[in-house]
Design a protein around this ligand. Sequence first.
Ligand code: KGT
Length: 275
Amino acid sequence: MALVAVGQLTSTASMANNLAQCQILVKKAVKAGAKALFLPEATDYISSSAEESLSLCKSVHESEFVLGLQEEARREKLPIHVGVHEPSNTSRRVKNTVIWINEQGEIAHRYQKIHLFDVDIQGGPVLKESQAVEPGMKIEPPFETSFGKVASTICFDLRFPEIGISLRRQGADIITYPSAFTVPTGQAHWEVLLRARAIETQSYVIAAAQVGRHNDKRVSYGHSLIVDPWGRIVASVGDKSDEPEIATASIDLELVSKVRAEVPLRKRTDVYPEL
Ligand SMILES: O=C(O)CNC(=O)[C@H](CS)NC(=O)CCC(=O)C(=O)O
C-alpha cells in the first residue's frame, strides 16, 4: 500500500506563479506522506490564445517551470506526474503532454494527448484545441512505479473508453486523466466518466484537475478525484480555488487483483473482433 496525492491549482499565463503553486502542493504532499504527486493538464500555463501559448512554450530543457519541478522531485524524492506544453518541430502548434518526473528528478516517461477538444456547445464553451495543439499519434504503454503500473492519458481522452481498455490490456493498474475540464461539461460528465473508466478497466483512476478562473475566457471545474477499481471515490478535492490543494488515497494492488478475480471481464472478441 502506498499513499499518492492529487494536486489542484489554478494555472495562469505566469509560469513563475504556477511553479510557486506547485511548490506549495509538493510541500503538502510530502507532509501527508505521499509517494507521488499527480498534477493537472497544462499545469505549466493556461494561455488565452494560440499565439500566447506559442510564445510561452519552451522545451523541457529550457522551461524554468519543468526545471523547477525536477529540482523539487529530486530534493523531496517525490515523483511528479505533470501536464505541460512542449514545442512541436513540425508545425506552428504546441504539444499537450504529460511527463513523469521520477524521484531522481529525471523525465522518465512522456505521453502526448491524442484526442483534441474541438467543441461548440450552445450557451457554453467554444474551444478549438486543434488550432493550437498538434495531436499525439500513439498510446504509450504503462510504466512501472513503486506503487504499480501507471498509464497516462489527458483530459478529453477520458471520453474515449477504448484508450482506457487498451491501457488495461497492456497491464495498467492505475490510469491517469490530468485535466482542465470546463464547468458545464464537468458538472454533467466528469465524475460519471471517471467512475466508469475505473469500473470498466478495474483499475485505479487518478484525475488531477485545474480549478477556477485562469483568464477572461477560461474557468475550470476542479473536483480532482481518485477512484478505486470498484468505482468508489477514495479522494476528492472539491472546487475551492483560493489556494492550491491536495487529496490523498492509498493504492492497494491487492484490491485491483481482488476485483479482477471476483468479476472477470472476458471480452467476447469472437463476437466483436473489430473492437
Ligand atoms: O489549453 C490548454 O493549454 C490546456 N488544455 C485544455 O484545457 C484542454 C483543451 S482546451 N481542455 C480539455 O480537453 C477539456 C475537456 C473537457 O472539458 C470535456 O471533455 O468536457
